[in-house]
Design a binder for this molecule. Structure first.
Ligand SMILES: [Zn+2]
Length: 471
């Protein structure tokens, strides 16, 4: 004999129970595979329940709105229409009534009474404008911002059972969400720095740019994306990103991010960039109080390493390095030390000596070390011009480190990796429309900042989040 269960549901004021699903399990030849409910059975049950509740709601809403709101006349049902909805528990099909328009509608429109008898209205349909629940839109935007639209569509379809969900639907939802977010950021930026009881005394902005390949429909082949983040007291504040080549919009988005991190006009802002032109000016144009510029130690460190590597290279069988290279390495150490302690001029002078040593001593070296010396000379020349061009921004890095200033732009690079590169990886040869990329990145920034739910809360009254740990 088999075991059997049937699940019923009953609306509180309704007399009848509705059977949702029946489950059977064998007794005698039972195996471990029979244990409990399967995922598919559970889903089917929930989908049936969803269908029942949604249809009950539609019938109840309709009854509530059957009388004309203007004149109070009863409106009869013209017909029922089938409508499909994508819900977080799967696709449902419900019947939505259409009502015959009230006479007062035709009078208002200057028509003869009853002339518009055939005109139909659907007060319930107005409650359900889209064919997706906000929960599904949220999942589409969240996954669309995290991975490619195709894999996001697969992930959401697996999670919800909406097998017909296409990547273009996910893209549409992600972009729509980005548009909403941008509008809200604009609103925040318009009153940036105002109406705050107390602001931050010090903020740090890491900002960087990267380039994406444009779709063939764009007028350009490549376009720049500016992204960054604001830190307050060492904690992550707000990220920002702009992919449209509009400086005013970038400024607006930076201003909104600053405001949300607690910026007021008296806040001192420390800007971390890799020295790319324009990035620093972008922040200084918004925040009047900006800390003095620091020439980025991260990039300087890379240039120093490029010089050190050929100096320290060793080959078999000449495993002892020539005296010239050993001497140059000592000079390199002294130079790095001078740079670190803010003695820029001395460092440049030491670099000149090092370059001259290499130039004169190269000819006597064995072939391998001669080629190393040539590489080192190239690196020394690059470092020298870098230091000379930026000599005014060389500071005492040791001191800056001690007072807690950020001397490396590595955080600007990492924000770029986080916000842009992981989603829009260059290896995937993806091409982007500028507007599409911009809206996607707005959604992505909010997703990374864990504020996506907050936005949906604001757009959809009574929004119920699908995040299990928070609902
Ligand atoms: Zn009426």
């Amino acid at each position: 004999m088999d075991m059997q269960w049937t699940v019923f549901v009953r609306k509180h004021d309704a007399p009848d129970e509705v059977a949702l699903a029946t489950f059977r399990r064998p007794m005698e030849d039972a195996a471990v595979g029979d244990f409990g409910l399967s995922i598919a059975e559970g889903r089917r049950l929930l989908l049936q329940l969803q269908q029942q509740i949604a249809q009950d709601q539609i019938v109840a809403y309709d009854l509530d709105r059957r009388y004309c709101q203007r004149c109070g006349a009863y409106r009869r049902i013209k017909d029922w229409r089938h409508r499909k909805f994508a819900t977080g528990l799967g696709p449902i099909q419900v019947r939505v009534p259409r009502l015959v328009s009230c006479d007062c509608d035709s009078e208002r429109d200057g028509l003869r009474p009853h002339a518009q008898q055939t005109r139909a209205t659907s007060p319930v349909a107005r409650l359900l404008p889209g064919r997706r629940t906000p929960e599904v839109s949220y999942l589409c935007a969240k996954h669309g911002a995290a991975s490619s639209y195709r894999s996001a569509a697969r992930a959401v379809a697996d999670m919800t059972g909406l097998q017909s969900l296409s990547h273009s639907s996910v893209r549409k939802e992600t972009i729509l969400c980005g548009q909403h977010i941008e509008n809200e950021q604009k609103l925040i930026a318009s009153r940036a720095g105002q109406n705050k009881p107390e602001g931050a005394s010090h903020l740090r902005v890491a900002i960087d740019g990267t380039v994406l390949t444009a779709a063939s429909t764009e007028a350009v082949t490549r376009f720049e994306v500016v992204a960054g983040r604001v830190e307050r007291d060492g904690h992550m504040g707000k990220r920002f990103v702009c992919a449209l080549a509009r400086r005013d919009l970038t400024k607006t988005l930076v201003a909104a991010a600053l405001d949300q991190s607690g910026w007021i006009p008296s806040t001192e802002v420390d800007v971390v960039t890799d020295g790319a032109r324009g990035m620093r000016a972008l922040v200084t144009s918004i925040a009047p109080r900006v800390a003095p510029k620091i020439l980025d130690w991260f990039h300087m460190g890379m240039k120093l390493q490029a010089l050190k590597r050929p100096l320290c290279a060793v080959t078999f069988p000449c495993s002892t390095r020539p005296a010239l290279l050993l001497q140059c390495e000592t000079l390199w150490r002294e130079m790095r030390d001078a740079l670190w302690r803010g003695r820029g001029e001395e460092a440049i002078e030491l670099l000149r000596v090092l370059a001259a040593f290499l130039k004169h001593g190269m000819k006597e070296l064995p072939p391998f070390y001669a080629s190393c010396a040539a590489t080192a000379r190239g690196a020394a020349a690059a470092l020298q011009s870098f230091l000379q061009n930026n000599r005014r921004d060389l500071i005492d890095y040791q001191l800056a480190r001690m007072v807690g200033r950020r001397i490396s732009s590595a955080s600007a690079e990492s924000v770029m990796n986080h916000v842009v590169n992981r989603r829009m990886s260059k290896h995937q040869q993806m091409r982007w429309s500028m507007y599409g990329a911009h809206c996607l990145l707005q959604t992505r920034v909010e997703m990374l900042d864990r504020r996506l739910e907050q936005h949906f809360d604001a757009w959809f009254p009574h929004f119920r989040t699908p995040e299990l740990q928070r609902c």
